[in-house]
Design a protein around this ligand. Structure first.
Ligand code: SF4
Length: 82
């Protein structure tokens, strides 16, 4: 490996804090990076923009970006009134 004199970027304290926060949030939601049968974020009430592969989940306990084929225990069917 060539020594360029440049230091490699490293995570900082805020990154470690955010990682812990998001890990707890993810575990509480039982968030998975794959569907649960037919249930997935793109057909969940809380997935904000169904045309996007990654979108905002507005579930009050999450409020994070998720992938359209992810899933969590708070999946909710989209009803006709929604
Ligand atoms: S509530 Fe769960 S399943 Fe629904 S969009 Fe958010 S993360 Fe996905």
């Amino acid at each position: 490996m060539t020594d360029t004199g440049m230091t490699a970027p490293e995570p900082t304290a805020i990154d470690e804090t955010r990682q812990r926060e998001l890990q707890i949030l993810s575990e509480d939601a039982v968030l998975k990076g794959h569907p649960h049968g037919d249930e997935q974020c793109k057909n969940c009430l809380y997935y904000l923009d169904v045309d996007e592969a990654i979108s905002y989940c507005w579930h009050p306990k999450l409020r994070v970006l998720v992938g359209q084929d992810w899933y969590c225990q708070w999946w909710e069917e989209i009803t006709a009134e929604a």
